[in-house]
Ligand binder design. Structure first.
Ligand code: ADP
Ligand code: MG
Length: 271
């Protein structure tokens, strides 16, 4: 073995051999940057240790970025939105400090739950997306889905005899986001399947649910009072509640736009 590698080292140019090893070791940033950094370090008379340190730092930063991008892709967000574009002043009833605390993601490590409740257009999906994005940035695995899509997927998996496999996947992810619970009522089977997912995750992984319905109306979605009671019992134990009732942001922006164009029309008419 050693003679073979010795022969390789003498017959293959070191540049090619180096790239080969770096590829095997999965160090793409080393491959891309080492010549440039070596040149810079030689110019600046930087020693070998610092040269290696610079390369390692670059590889580390790049790896974290690649991991985050992979996490975001795997999360299946319908859109990527962060808290940086969320206007807390538009919804004064929302506990901003709690949202910022949740964005630090410690609750995910503690396998707790978060429930955002409020009428339509108040930023529940936006907040869920932003908390999901924050989780990806902290290298947590996330899966974003709507309640209707999840139930549909569970029913399909059941029919195709791969329900266990899907349930395992749903338990494994660090944060499961179930958006829009309450818009569509479930069939008895659909309700049971969703209940099972939420039960299995209880104290096993973090979950974030958004709903336009207050808790006392959840029975209308799940059909059964017994099931709803058992589900709420699990979901609200170790949970953070985001109260998000307020004016619809969509409606407010539309109103504002209308006012602006009316104002513009007035100005142009005056001229
Ligand atoms: P919900 O899920 O509560 O019905 P969404 O999160 O879908 O509401 O919000 C509707 C639209 O308004 C989205 O485009 C969202 O980004 C935007 N929006 C809602 N609330 C805010 C807010 N406070 N700041 C910035 N954009 C907001
Ligand atoms: Mg929504």
């Amino acid at each position: 073995m050693s003679t073979e590698s010795n022969t390789l080292e003498t017959t293959v140019p070191p540049q090619i051999l180096l790239n080969h090893h770096l590829k095997q070791l999965r160090l793409p940033t080393f491959i891309r940057e080492h010549e440039k950094i070596a040149f810079e370090c030689a110019q600046g008379e930087v020693n070998y240790q610092r040269f290696l340190l610079r390369l390692c730092e670059l590889e580390h930063i790049d790896r974290e970025r690649r991991n985050m991008e992979r996490r975001i892709k795997q999360a299946r967000f319908p859109q990527v939105k962060g808290l940086d574009t969320f206007d807390f002043q538009a919804i004064p009833g929302l506990n901003k400090a709690l949202v910022l605390e949740l964005a630090r993601c410690e609750w995910i490590g503690r396998k707790e739950s978060c429930i955002a409740l409020g009428n339509s257009g108040t930023g529940k999906t936006h907040t869920a997306l932003a908390l999901g994005l924050a989780a990806c940035q902290k290298n947590h695995s996330v899966l974003f889905t709507t309640a209707a899509a999840l139930v549909h997927e569970l029913m399909e998996a059941r029919d195709e005899r791969r329900l266990r496999q899907l349930q395992r996947q749903l338990v494994r992810v660090d944060l499961l986001i179930v958006d829009e619970l309450g818009y569509v009522p479930f069939t008895a089977v659909g309700a049971e399947l969703l209940f099972e997912v939420i039960s299995r995750r209880y104290e096993q992984g973090a979950i974030l649910v958004t709903s336009n319905l207050p808790f006392d109306e959840w029975t209308s979605v799940f059909g059964s009072e017994r099931l709803t009671g058992a589900l709420l019992d699990r979901l609200t134990h170790h949970s953070h509640i985001l109260e998000m009732n307020g004016d619809s942001y969509r409606l407010e922006t539309r109103k504002r736009r209308k006012q602006q164009s009316a104002h513009l029309a007035e100005i142009t008419q005056d001229r």
